[in-house]
Ligand binder design. Structure first.
Ligand code: PLP
Ligand code: COI
Length: 373
């Protein structure tokens, strides 16, 4: 009797990212010009990370290579059935000149959870970390020096099998892009206004709300368009079952601050994204001794508490937007202002503390920074 064949998947073992330097990178003066006011998500670096997966070979052929347009078969299943997941994290220049990623292990784990939900192969954590670290090291000259600047990293995975049957793809591409970014909001930090969507929902129980998959964002766009049409900056979604409980924004979690000093955020019941910024703020708040509730909060309660003064602040949070104060909230037949409509003290404190840890300006007692150079 012969030996059974060796398993084809070489998970996290000898797989690594070979470096293929760009033959003609953007010249230094042109790069500097692009970094003066990069905005968010428009300025891309010279290289990207790429890694392939197939049923036969597992993860293979990892490279840091020039960022070029992809050649894809038009039957690739991602283009038809949206089998796609992504992540978002930042690399920062530290006060001492070094580089660090903020909690990348948490992004690696969330990508694995998203992969499970979308019936995709899980990328081992060490490959995720190597892909982002190698890319940042290759692109360190693209780190903006402007206040609030960082290198935003976008790992993502797409189904690349050319097949029109509805089933999980037999092939995938994992890639990481790097984008030099300044502030997420045009015009810099200020309190934003929210439109409460009573017509559209983002996620239903049993759906994909807790996964970071492109489809969630595609379905949020019409509600975001409506928010803009109604004169607001962002949409905030209510739960799909009762249209009552506040969930989150299209790309950020939400927090409420009360006059007794306590804070509250919606619980992770499967319909909202488990934000890493959300988790970090919960940790900072608990360590400050604040009373913290992860409990549902109803839209009518938000209105009543803002009117009575029990609610003093609200803020949104996420990797891209960091901590953003919410000044005004509007719905189909109501509108209310939170506190003075400007940035509150608790919001400002969390923004300062989180940014200071991320940039190495104060101690990092939680081991959140992963130094890479
Ligand atoms: N909620 C949604 C829908 C998001 O897209 C994001 C951004 O990633 C967040 C919340 C915040 O998550 P994190 O703090 O991990 O960036
Ligand atoms: C992030 O904060 O990283 C996000 O993914 C939000 C948005 C840019 C999609």
């Amino acid at each position: 009797m012969g030996m059974p064949p060796a398993p084809p998947c070489i998970l996290g073992g000898p797989v690594t990212f070979a470096f293929e330097p760009h033959p003609s990178p953007v010249p230094a003066n042109e790069r500097e010009a692009r970094l003066v006011d990069p905005g968010f998500g428009r300025v891309f670096t010279d290289h990207m990370a790429i890694l392939h997966w197939s049923e036969a070979e597992g993860w293979h052929d990892g490279r840091i290579t020039q960022r070029v347009p992809l050649t894809m078969d038009p039957a690739s299943s991602v283009l038809h059935y949206a089998q796609e997941i992504f992540e978002g994290l930042k690399a920062y220049r530290l006060e001492d000149g070094g580089l660090a990623l903020f909690r990348p292990e948490a992004n690696a784990r969330r990508l694995q959870e998203s992969a499970r939900r979308l019936a995709m192969p899980e990328l081992p954590e060490d490959l995720f970390l190597e892909s982002v670290e190698q890319l940042v090291l290759a692109e360190r000259d693209w780190m903006p020096t402007l206040e609030g600047g960082s290198l935003y990293l976008r790992p993502f995975m797409i189904a690349s099998e050319a097949f029109l049957g509805v089933k999980p793809s037999a092939e995938y591409l994992y890639m990481v892009l790097a984008s030099s970014v300044g502030a997420y909001w045009k015009g810099g930090a200020r309190a934003v206004s929210l439109w409460v969507s009573h017509d559209y929902t983002r996620a239903a129980p049993g759906g994909t709300g807790a996964a970071k998959c492109g489809g969630n964002y595609a379905t949020s766009l019409i509600a975001q368009q409506e928010a803009i049409r109604r004169g607001c900056d962002q949409v905030v979604f209510l739960d799909a079952a009762e249209r009552r409980w506040i969930e989150e924004l299209g790309g950020m979690n939400i927090f409420f601050v009360f006059d007794d000093g306590s804070i509250q955020t919606p619980p992770l019941t499967g319909t909202i994204l488990p934000g890493i910024t959300r988790d970090s703020i919960l940790r900072l708040a608990r360590d400050e001794g604040l009373v913290v509730r992860e409990e549902p909060y109803a839209i009518e309660q938000w209105r009543a508490d803002a009117a009575s003064g029990r609610l003093v602040e609200s803020f949104a949070c996420g990797t891209a937007a960091v901590v953003t104060p919410i000044g005004r909230v509007a719905g189909p037949d109501y509108e209310f202002t939170i506190g003075s409509g400007a940035t509150g003290q608790t919001t400002a404190r969390f923004l300062d503390r989180l940014s200071a840890i991320q940039r190495g300006r104060i101690a990092d007692p939680y081991g959140w920074l992963r130094r890479i150079g």
